[in-house]
Design a protein around this ligand. Structure first.
Ligand SMILES: [Zn+2]
Length: 158
């Protein structure tokens, strides 16, 4: 009987079958062996300690994996928010660019700075096209008036 238990135990310990069920069966066999031969108590203790250490390590690993998942999720969420904010800002800047380019009759893509530009071939500086009058009055005329006032003040010495 004891020889048979040894053989089964060795089979279990060498990994012939692994998993929680095998572990439980191994514990039962060890208990029987210790009952038959109390000198084997230290083997039982050693294996119990090893099993506890393995369980602790598995617990630590899964906690680490959860923490790591959480921080990755936070990072992804943060990146999405930054991306959304950047897209909104980009959209706003494009609208302002297009509006000012139309006010000045400039190429809205390159403002005449790109000879490879598909829209103006690099000729799109302000005045390239007829300015949009309403946009010109909204964006440019106030700046022109401010400039004129500044020049008048300089000329009159104020
Ligand atoms: Zn252009």
């Amino acid at each position: 009987m004891t020889d048979e238990l040894y053989r089964l135990l060795l089979q279990r310990l060498t990994g012939a079958s692994a998993g929680p069920e095998a572990e439980a069966t191994t514990q039962e066999m060890l208990a029987q062996m210790v009952a038959a031969d109390p000198r084997l108590q230290w083997v039982h203790q050693y294996l119990a300690q090893r099993q506890a250490a393995n369980a602790q390590e598995a617990h630590n690993l899964s906690a680490f994996a959860r923490e790591s998942d959480d921080s990755q999720l936070r990072a992804v969420r943060q990146l999405r928010q930054q991306m959304k904010a950047l897209m909104l800002e980009l959209q706003e800047l494009r609208e302002r660019n297009d509006s000012l380019a139309a006010a000045l009759g400039a190429c809205y893509l390159c403002w005449g700075e790109d000879p490879e530009c598909s829209y103006c071939a690099g000729r799109g500086r302000p005045g390239y096209a007829a300015p949009d009058k309403a946009l010109f009055m909204a964006w440019v005329a106030p700046a022109g008036r401010a400039l004129k006032n500044q020049n008048l003040n300089v000329e009159s010495g104020r």
